[in-house]
Design a protein around this ligand. Structure first.
Ligand SMILES: [Zn+2]
Ligand SMILES: [Zn+2]
Length: 504
């Protein structure tokens, strides 16, 4: 037997030999004079070279998308169409992002900018007229989590030059917040006892806090809960950006956290959103952002660009930046519900962070590989829950493969029924979030609150379902509501007949 046919189980590192932590030398690979202080993917850098390297990566991921017409290496000045919103979570990545935004676009740091200035540098003119920082406090979604609002406010005051917009996760369920940003509130709810997800119009009786907790409590798994929190946070920031006339929203997702969200997103059925997970352009009242009329785009204002400028900067580099710049990381607590098993997100994070320690290049390989993917399928509108594109045809596909439990329709719902089913308005991962069942019974993380799973409140933006946006080219009244139908038993049998076992 030749060597190459050995048993991989006994040769654990046969495929990917662990490399030495750094290649050849301990001297900085850039200047080749200073002793190195940090190893980034096998290459050694000194502090003096690390700073311009990181700022270069930050600007390379952001600046080509600032002007309306995205470009490569830029020759013209940066002229965004609107303001900038920085999404701040208190975590390491967003702490570093906030610092970089401040040094580059709020109060230009001469020491930093001089070395790589160049003629096009935003030294003289302010790029964004207003730089707004949005912080979404999520502590109320957990039974006992420390609130960080005052710490975050102190950081903003320490910097100066930022406008601070404090938000709470329950704002997503708050008609007053929705009104404040110039929209008409409608209270919708969903019957989560039935997988058909009947859509109801609720009376405004619960507080936003109770509504949010009732929504969280109704979700079937830990994965669903943390996915929902992530989505609520992102969409709250998107609408805040729109209300503040922002053309750009930047998030502090590092290379490491991007790899985590890509892998866990795919594991949770979000493969169709791989592109959005990296970067997306969003318009509040457009049915789909992927099919933008090119001619219109040239003259009109572009949608909100959601950019992750640290997508090439790993967690370790963020740590080094915050240490050398003396930044205070308020910290983001782990999203854990006591007594519940960790969800896909937490497990993926543990896996990726561990992988990055021993095989530093794999994390950027994950991100680069996902960057090359372009999901198949046509976009069929926009999901009313996560505001991302819906893949065409999943409704039929799911109707074919699902074994559903249905309730008998005898009982009359106490509220007006808006639609027989919410499903046609949801993307696949959002549908999974609402309906996937865990093997364990669902426990309420807030045992003291009483909530009714058959009347689960929905975030304010889902009210959009009542006013379907006009798609370009279609006449008014064309907006079609597609509702799934129940298959007849014979049809069901036909669809699965090749998988059925013969009766003995
Ligand atoms: Zn150096
Ligand atoms: Zn969705």
């Amino acid at each position: 037997m030749s060597d190459s046919c050995g048993n991989p189980a006994t040769e654990t590192e046969a495929l990917m030999p662990r490399r030495r932590k750094f290649d050849k030398t301990k001297i900085c690979v850039k200047c080749k004079t200073n002793p190195g202080s940090l190893i980034i993917r096998h290459a050694v850098y000194c502090k003096e070279c690390f700073v311009p390297l990181t700022t270069h990566k930050f600007r390379r991921s952001l600046e080509p998308f600032v002007n309306a017409k995205p470009d490569g290496p830029r020759r013209t000045a940066l002229k965004p169409q609107g303001n900038l919103l920085v999404g701040f979570s208190g975590g390491l990545g967003s702490t570093v992002l906030l610092d970089l935004v401040h040094r580059y676009y709020v109060v230009p740091d001469k020491a930093l900018i001089q070395d790589d200035g160049g003629s096009h540098h935003p030294r003289h003119e302010r790029v964004w007229k207003r730089v707004v920082v949005g912080y979404v406090e999520v502590c109320d979604a957990f039974p006992s989590m420390v609130e960080r609002m005052s710490d975050v406010r102190a950081i903003m005051e320490g910097y100066g030059g930022f406008e601070f917009v404090p938000l709470r996760i329950q704002d997503a369920f708050d008609p007053c917040w929705w009104k404040k940003i110039g929209r008409d509130p409608v209270n919708l709810g969903v019957d989560m006892t039935d997988e058909a997800l009947k859509l109801l119009r609720l009376e405004e009786s619960t507080s936003p806090l109770e509504a949010m907790r009732s929504y969280m409590a109704s979700l079937p798994t830990t994965t669903a809960r943390s996915t929902a929190l992530q989505t609520l946070t992102r969409v709250l920031l998107q609408y805040t950006a729109q209300a503040n006339d922002c053309s750009h929203l930047v998030l502090g997702t590092s290379l490491t956290s991007l790899a985590v969200s890509l892998i866990s997103g795919v594991a949770h059925g979000g493969g169709f959103h791989v592109r959005e997970e990296m970067q997306e352009e969003w318009t509040a009242d457009q049915s789909s952002d992927r099919e933008v009329d090119v001619a219109k785009k040239a003259t009109k204002r572009h949608g909100l660009r959601i950019i992750r400028p640290l997508r090439d900067v790993g967690m370790k580099e963020c740590g080094a930046w915050s240490w050398w710049m003396g930044l205070k990381v308020v910290g983001r607590e782990n999203w854990e519900w006591p007594g519940f098993k960790p969800g896909i997100g937490a497990l993926t994070k543990a896996f990726i962070v561990g992988l990055e320690k021993d095989y530093p290049s794999t994390v950027s390989t994950i991100v680069r590989t996902c960057g090359k993917l372009s999901p198949k399928g046509i976009v069929e509108g926009k999901c009313i829950s996560c505001e991302r594109p819906i893949q065409s045809g999943i409704q039929d596909w799911q109707a074919r493969i699902s074994i559903r439990s249905r309730h008998n329709g005898d009982e009359q719902a106490p509220f007006e029924e808006v639609a027989e089913s919410l499903s046609p308005f949801l993307c696949y991962p959002c549908r999974i979030t609402l309906t996937s069942r865990s093997t364990r019974p669902i426990l309420n993380p807030f045992p003291n609150s009483n909530h009714d799973v058959s009347l689960t409140p929905l975030p304010m933006w889902t009210g959009r379902v009542l006013h379907p946006p006009k798609t370009s080219g279609s006449e008014e009244g064309d907006a079609e509501i597609v509702v799934g139908r129940t298959l007849a038993r014979s049809e069901m049998k036909n669809a699965v007949k090749e998988f059925l076992l013969q009766d003995e």
